[in-house]
Design a protein around this ligand. Structure first.
Ligand SMILES: [Zn+2]
Length: 198
């Protein structure tokens, strides 16, 4: 029997995406063996994340400032907004330097199965940004999953009320493809060949 402390840490780690109880236990043992090095680094990094990171009230990005570095970067094209499901998708696109406009993070996707409704996502915030004017294009960069595409259709319909060009990532995204798992070449192709919705 492991001690209560180890059980608690293992349980906490096993809730992380992609980490089950077995790999969580392995990670805990690995950290215990490196308590003066890797464990200290991890604690410091976690502490900094907790202290320093905030959610951008404009776009939903996670950064050290609010508004975030992307929203205040005057070299970026503020007339173009790329809508993504999760912050990880924003980071994937931005890492690859594929899109030089601004972003909007929905915080998920519509899902009848999981009970995610439009009001659970940051859709009103997007409509408000577009409604304020100065936006020429909204790029819908949802994942190529059924739920992602349902979400894209819903948002495209809501955007019909505004004088903006609405485009979405080109097909060629693998079906079921999640953006942050794609290689940069595939992502670049999908962005470059984006097409009007509808
Ligand atoms: Zn922002």
């Amino acid at each position: 029997m492991a001690s209560q402390e180890i059980e608690t840490l293992t349980a906490a780690l096993s809730r992380l995406p992609g980490l089950g109880p077995r790999s969580a236990r392995r990670a805990v043992l690995w950290l215990i063996k490196r308590r003066e090095t890797a464990l200290v680094q991890l604690l410091d990094a976690l502490g900094e994340v907790r202290e320093a990171l905030v959610e951008c009230e404009t776009c939903g990005n996670i950064d050290t400032t609010n508004p975030c570095g992307i929203c205040v970067d005057t070299r970026r094209d503020a007339r173009s907004i790329c809508v993504v499901e999760e912050v990880a998708d924003l980071w994937a696109l931005d890492r690859a330097r594929l899109f030089t406009g601004h972003y909007h993070v929905l915080g998920g996707r519509l899902s009848a199965l999981d009970g995610v409704r439009p009001e659970d996502l940051a859709i009103e915030g997007l409509l408000r940004r577009v409604g304020e004017g100065g936006i020429d294009e909204v790029v819908l960069a949802m994942n190529a999953t059924l739920e992602g595409q349902t979400t894209a259709h819903y948002i495209a319909e809501r955007l019909e009320a505004f004088p903006v060009r609405v485009t979405q990532l080109a097909h060629g995204l693998p079906v079921g493809g999640e953006l942050d798992y794609l290689d940069e070449g595939t992502l670049a192709q999908a962005i470059r060949a984006r097409r009007p919705v509808g």
